[in-house]
Design a protein around this ligand. Structure first.
Ligand code: ATR
Length: 277
């Protein structure tokens, strides 16, 4: 048997609510097909909002090897886990669970590294030295912040409907870089990069209309078959790079896949197949 011929079965799932729309099973099935003998059964599990821990433990006890976690459970998943990667510990939000043979749960957060790889590697856009605006202050923002600050941007501003939540995030992350909180209405058109980390899928948010003026990159963590409302607006204002979250989804998935299986999949072929499907 050579290195590419292995024989292993992995039972994996995505926990979220809702999860119906997710492309994660498609992505992980494509990754698994890159390694002969690797069998991945990746399902979607819609957890009741009030029974997330019970849903996770039931999957683990049925022989599950690992899971991804999406909206709205990333922060709730954190205290369920016995051990955390450094980035998950800093984010206090997790998107990847690994069920260990002794029943304990190891947690990681691969969202931030997925975002950085998509922007810097797939789209050749360097974040170092840039003025960055993050919209939202929930689990998605928390997952992104530490890897983002490690790229040494000029500054990061977090704007959120609930200002106190943004301020709280700033208090936790200010030791890692230049970061501040603002109200939507106080924002000015002074950003190179704007990242929408909210779960709000309409537009506009109550932010100044000219906010895109100096932006070279607008990134919506959400993804859809057609441009999301914020990207439609950014395209209208002539922003050079308008990206949705599919690239990040594939990159974070690759990192999770490697944690579970030990194999590093090729993301470029999956991104290409998605574009031409
Ligand atoms: P996630 O884990 O995806 O970040 P979350 O923790 O529920 O999900 O956070 C959702 C984010 O979207 C929050 O920043 C939320 O703002 P609040 O902190 O003020 O709730 C933001 N959000 C959701 N609906 C919104 C809306 N209608 N307008 C503006 N922001 C919204």
């Amino acid at each position: 048997m050579n290195n590419n011929e292995i024989s292993s079965n992995f039972k994996l799932t995505l926990f979220g609510n809702p999860v119906l729309h997710s492309k994660s099973p498609w992505i992980h099935t494509r990754f698994a097909a890159q390694f002969s003998g690797l069998n991945v059964d990746y399902s979607k599990t819609e957890s009741p909002l009030d029974a997330f821990p019970k849903t996770v433990f039931a999957f683990r006890d049925s022989g599950g090897n690992g899971a991804n976690v999406t909206v709205p459970f990333k922060e709730q998943a954190y205290p369920l886990c016995d051990e955390h990667s450094e980035r998950a510990q800093i984010a206090k939000a997790v998107n990847t669970l690994k069920f260990m043979p002794d029943g304990s749960i190891y947690a990681d957060n691969t969202d931030g590294i997925g975002f950085i790889r998509d922007v810097q590697h797939n789209h050749d856009y360097v974040l170092t030295g840039k003025r960055i605006l993050l919209l939202g202050a929930g689990g998605a923002t928390r997952g992104l912040l530490y890897p983002l600050l490690q790229t040494k941007p000029h500054s990061v501003v977090i704007a959120n409907r609930t200002l106190s939540k943004a301020q709280h995030v700033v208090t936790e992350f200010c030791q890692y870089g230049s970061i501040s909180a603002k109200r939507f209405k106080d924002l000015k058109a002074e950003f190179d990069v704007m990242i929408d980390c909210t779960s709000f899928d309409s537009w506009p948010l109550p932010i100044p209309k000219d906010i895109f003026q100096q932006c070279a990159l607008v990134y919506d963590l959400k993804y859809s078959d057609k441009p999301t409302p914020i990207l439609e607006r950014a395209i209208h204002y002539g922003v050079k790079q308008c990206l949705d979250g599919f690239g990040m989804l594939v990159e974070q998935a690759a990192e999770s896949f490697t944690l579970w299986t030990g194999f590093q999949p090729n993301t470029a072929t999956v991104l290409e197949e998605y574009k031409t499907r």
